[in-house]
Design a protein around this ligand. Structure first.
Ligand SMILES: Cc1cc2nc3c(=O)[nH]c(=O)nc-3n(C[C@H](O)[C@H](O)[C@H](O)COP(=O)(O)O)c2cc1C
Length: 199
């Protein structure tokens, strides 16, 4: 009898594992962009994330991101412009909606999911840290595991950022390269996290 119970338990475990392995890892990239800069950085993040096998990437503006996109995601990335030294109101609204949507499905909110952030700003040191830290704090409050980026020198970062008011203005190749690296790292670590493997 004990042997039979053990065999059934093992079979259930194998079926559960096979089911998880077959499902793609879902990453939602939600961004707010008024003048196109954050959208460009989001596209580069998407490129990096999509380069990881077994990962499905959904790129949506914060307004387009549907309730089921949030619920079905294994990882959520939020891209925001800096507005008056912080994340934009539209990006904050997306975070509020994420908490509300996940709160309806489970008391554990974002437990078992990953999150990350990136931003663009007009000038140097004028709110990038505040914007990213505010979003990170919200994700941590919701029990997400936060993943940062890696800068050019190999140090960890709060997530990629671009200063768009320089000359020439906009997002440059270096910003895009960092954003692609971040997308790849985020997707790879999210896949490992979901599979239960050590990073
Ligand atoms: C309402 C508003 C407030 C802004 N506040 C800041 C700010 O505090 N610091 C900064 O560096 N840039 C600020 N900017 C500039 C934007 O962050 C910058 O142009 C950004 O790249 C815009 O991103 P988007 O093209 O995706 O909308 C502000 C822009 C707007 C429209």
């Amino acid at each position: 009898m004990l042997k039979l119970v053990k065999r059934l338990a093992l079979a259930a475990l194998l079926i559960a594992e096979a089911g998880t392995a077959a499902l793609p890892v879902r990453i939602l990239i939600a961004y707010h962009s008024q003048t196109g800069n954050t959208a460009k950085l989001a596209a580069a993040v998407r490129e990096g994330a999509a380069s990881v096998a077994g990962v499905e990437v959904l790129l949506r503006s914060v307004d387009e991101a549907a309730t089921e996109d949030i619920v079905q995601s294994d990882g959520i990335l939020l891209g925001t412009p800096v507005h008056w030294g912080n994340l934009s109101a539209e990006s904050k609204r997306f975070l509020d909606r994420t908490g509300e949507v996940l709160g309806k499905t489970s008391k554990m909110l974002g437990e078992g999911r990953t999150a990350g952030v990136f931003c663009t700003a007009g000038s140097i040191s004028n709110g990038q840290e505040m914007a990213r830290l505010a979003a990170i704090a919200a994700f941590l409050d919701m029990r997400f595991m936060v993943i940062g980026g890696v800068n050019d020198e190999g140090f960890g970062s709060l997530g990629p950022q671009a200063v768009t008011g320089g000359s020439p203005p906009g997002v440059n190749d270096r910003d895009r390269a960092e954003a692609r690296r971040f997308g790849e790292r985020f997707a790879r670590l999210t896949r490992q996290f979901r599979a239960g493997a050590k990073p």
